[in-house]
Design a protein around this ligand. Structure first.
Ligand code: ADP
Length: 309
């Protein structure tokens, strides 16, 4: 169990990236969802002992992480957002080198470790090729292999699927899903589907604060019966946004479909739809942004979601 309490972080330039974050994260896959700039990487770096927070405490299985960072490091696997890749070094040599750094000292043990990991992430065939020539998906799979060296009990992956094509993303997520149930895996992402596909628990971070936390199912259930959908001509969208709490807009066959959050049918033409995690996420962002700009939870003119095909 990972316990984060009252964690705040302010950068020297005055940016308050984390604001009193408190979370209990049990074993299994935990999704940390938030828009760009929400503070996800700042939180991941604090948890990975790469950055000392301004205030708060972190405990993991009896380790006081801020007081004993080296103890945590011994059991941590971390895939940062921008994993530095070393040109012209083969996947095998790089992993072997990283295993040395991680304390896998014996040659035989290291060979076994490196071989098993390369098989696991499906890079065995290209083990002698330079990482510099790998695709984005292959690099991320290599990134997971290095994070898994020496059987960590806490694994942190920061926005691993950003920039991957759907097939690579799928492959990567399948790999994450195979990581044991007995470890804590924290997946930070702004991609709702990653959390839907993988995570048994989640939290939403906005503006450095945890604004929602729970199981995806429970958060979705809170919206049951309150999400309505309609197809709307493009030129009517701005007026609709003025009138109704539009939480998301996406294109279906070139035509905007809007999702509106309301206790009763908001307008003729709207049909009830089953709520999904996207509705949870976008309604949370919407409420937060509206509160910031209008203070009434029904902000006008602020699209919660970018138009997505
Ligand atoms: P996310 O990972 O959710 O995109 P970040 O943790 O990267 O969010 O950033 C949170 C906020 O902190 C942003 O406003 C960002 O500009 C700021 N920030 C991040 N790193 C630094 C830094 N080293 N110095 C100053 N501000 C930073």
């Amino acid at each position: 169990m990972l316990s984060i309490s009252g964690l705040s972080h302010t950068y020297p330039n005055g940016t308050r990236a984390l604001d009193d974050v408190t979370l209990e994260i049990p074993r299994g896959m935990f999704g940390l969802l938030g828009p760009n700039g929400a503070g996800k990487s700042s939180l991941m770096r604090c948890l990975a002992t790469l950055q000392v927070p301004s205030a708060g405490a972190i405990r993991f299985d009896g380790i006081d992480v801020l007081a004993e960072p080296e103890k945590l490091r011994a059991t941590l696997g971390y895939l940062p957002q921008d994993f530095g890749v070393y040109p012209r070094v083969s996947a095998w040599d790089m992993l072997d080198h990283l295993a040395v750094l991680k304390g896998v000292a014996g040659r035989g043990e290291r060979r076994e470790t490196v071989e098993a990991l390369l098989q696991q992430v499906n890079l065995w065939e290209v083990r002698k090729k330079a990482i510099a020539g790998f695709s984005g998906g292959m690099r991320q799979r290599f990134g997971i292999a290095q994070a898994l060296i020496a059987n960590p009990r806490l694994i942190i992956v920061d926005e691993p699927t950003a920039g991957l094509d759907p097939e690579e993303r799928n492959r990567f997520n399948n790999l994450l899903a195979e990581i044991g149930e007995n470890v804590v895996v924290i997946l930070s992402t702004h991609i709702v589907d990653d959390v839907t596909d993988l995570c048994s628990r989640m939290a939403i971070l906005v503006g450095g604060r945890i604004v929602r936390a729970g199981t995806p199912r429970a958060l979705i259930d809170e919206l049951r019966g309150r999400v309505w959908s309609a197809s709307v001509p493009k030129d009517e969208l701005p007026a609709l946004r003025e009138r109704l709490p539009v939480i998301a807009t996406r294109l279906r066959g070139g035509q905007p479909m809007v999702h509106v959050l309301a206790d009763a049918r908001p307008d003729t033409g709207f049909e009830p739809v089953e709520a999904g995690l996207e509705d949870v996420y976008f309604s949370t962002l919407h409420a937060h942004r509206s509160a910031g700009t209008h203070g009434n939870g029904h902000g006008a003119g602020q699209p919660a979601a970018a138009l997505a095909a």
